[in-house]
Design a protein around this ligand. Structure first.
Ligand code: PHE
Length: 350
């Protein structure tokens, strides 16, 4: 072999070494693979680059300069390919490991008030602007506040045990009770009208309050009924309070809470504790279905007398509205049960 043939053969082998080495570093997918490619090509003792360096000595002195230059270039290329491969797999190692400092953080989800609580708070705010204070009463009531003082006599069908949750105190019927036919005198209140009595018993007129809270009735649960729901009760007693005041307050309230395009109507009805009594309905966004909001009326003189007010001095109006209904109408919720399941996927929307 001539010396020039020997040189070109040696240069071709350097080129092949370079190509194979670059491919090996590029395809190495783990720190271990990079290290074994490094040993194979750049290893101090048996590496192929080292062997290529040894070959210099076998060449004619005239060929050594050309070979040496090409060798240096190949060695530098493989060393930087090795460095690049090492930092590539190290970065990947961090990504599959415990901490990737480059990922965006997880924002803690902030809770908020339940839609029913939002509705209740808004009612307190709106009626507050009409001058109504907030009153409270117990959920476990006596039958006097739930019925007798509200002019609902013992024979009235509303007192039926099938329509109320009577409580046998201490496992027995409470003595002296005339609530249910079996004598229970404690119950879960079936209406917030109980708070009307409690407020009037505790203060002289004038009165202007709302009461918000849970009420209980043994209804079969479906999309529009629950054995527990919430009411807002309103009571205003003063000299010269009229049905006109009642209608204005409820109309103003409905427009403030539900929007200007809501219509409400009053239908004659009957409640033992109001006279005259009305049922209040709302009509939606040009819709064609009236939905009942609740009941209302002028406080019955018998009720005023029972709490020691003089019906010749003062008159009053009262109303009781379903909070779930208001909340559902406002938000377009079509199943009351959604409000009690505490599914955050639902609640997050409000
Ligand atoms: N308490 C009645 C009910 O639950 C509603 C009502 C309240 C009616 C006040 C008149 C006055 O159905």
């Amino acid at each position: 072999m001539s010396s020039s043939d020997a040189l070109s053969d040696a240069l071709a082998q350097l080129d092949a070494l370079r190509a194979e080495g670059l491919a090996a570093f590029e395809s190495a997918g783990s720190p271990e693979a990079v290290e074994s490619a490094r040993v194979e090509y750049l290893g101090q003792k048996h590496g192929r680059v080292k062997a290529a360096q040894e070959r210099l000595k076998t060449l004619e002195p005239a060929s050594r300069k050309g070979y040496g230059q090409r060798f240096n270039a190949v060695k530098t290329d493989l060393e930087s390919a090795c460095d690049a491969a090492r930092s590539r797999v190290e970065r990947k190692d961090v990504a599959v490991g415990a901490i990737d400092v480059t990922l965006p953080g997880i924002r803690p989800r902030q809770g908020h008030r339940h839609p029913l609580t939002q509705t209740a708070d808004e009612l307190i705010d709106l009626f507050g602007r009409f001058g109504f204070a907030v009153a409270r009463g117990p959920e476990v009531e006596d039958v006097r506040h739930n019925f007798d003082a509200l002019n609902i006599p013992p024979s009235h069908p509303a007192r039926d045990p099938l329509d109320n949750f009577y409580l046998a105190v201490g496992g027995k019927s409470a003595p002296g009770g005339a609530g249910s036919p079996t004598g229970e005198s404690a119950m879960l209140r079936s209406q917030t009208s109980t708070v009307q009595i409690r407020v009037m018993e505790s203060q002289p007129p004038p009165v202007r309050v709302i009461a918000i809270g849970r009420v209980y009735r043994p209804d079969t649960v479906d999309a529009t009924h629950s054995f527990m729901f919430h009411q807002v009760e309103g009571l205003m007693v003063d000299r010269g309070v009229t049905m006109g005041d009642l209608k204005s307050v409820l109309r103003l309230f409905a427009r403030a809470y539900l929007g200007k395009d809501v219509t409400i109507r009053f239908r004659p009805s009957f409640f033992p504790f109001t006279e005259p009594s009305v049922e209040v309905d709302m009509l939606w966004h040009g819709g064609n279905r009236w939905v009942e909001m609740g009941g209302a009326g002028m406080v019955d003189p018998n009720v005023l007398r029972a709490v020691g007010y003089d019906p010749d001095e003062v008159t009053g109006f009262a109303f009781g509205l379903g909070i779930e209904r208001l909340c559902m109408r406002r938000h377009g919720i079509d199943d009351i049960r959604l409000l009690y399941q505490n599914d955050v996927r639902f609640l997050r929307q409000f």
